[in-house]
Design a protein around this ligand. Sequence first.
Ligand code: SAM
Length: 165
Amino acid sequence: MSSDIRPGEVQAELPDRTDARLVFIGRIHTPFKTRADCPRQGRKDGPICTIEIDEPWRAALTGLEDYKLIEVLYWLHQSRRDLVIQAPGKDGVKFGTFALRSPVRPNPIATSMVEVVSVSHESGLILVQGLDCLDGTPLIDVKPDRCAFTPKADPKPGDSMVAAS
Ligand code: SAM
């Protein structure tokens, strides 16, 4: 974790307890070896990166090959987690953490929509373009693009609920 703090940035005291037990399901391999090397957001024509799914999660890839675009959730493991106000630019202008997509956040979860190049169930490897993370970043989840996805289960009453007028 970087301990750098810029003028005007505000730190919060981190609680000693945690609320959820995340399971990392694999790692992401990218050509980006330092945070300075990483793009701020991945690009669809960016380098091909490898998402490596651990056993026993490889069976969970079944059907993923139907999607050209997938959402990847990952854990920015080298991020500090205690800033509530950040000054990301050279101009010193400040923003609240929840108004930014900064890696510095209480739970450093990142998401990217990426283009699928290939999916291999046997090896547990998904090749994609569009990532922005360090080589070795822990993987949290993989989901189909929500626009291309049709729910496989029956509709529920809440699906058609709208605001009262
Ligand atoms: N696309 C994601 C999002 O919007 O949720 C992440 C965006 S964040 C601005 C991407 C930046 O996080 C990179 O440019 C790099 O500086 C930093 N980063 C990448 N991998 C990281 C890691 N494993 N730990 C900490 N910081 C990381």
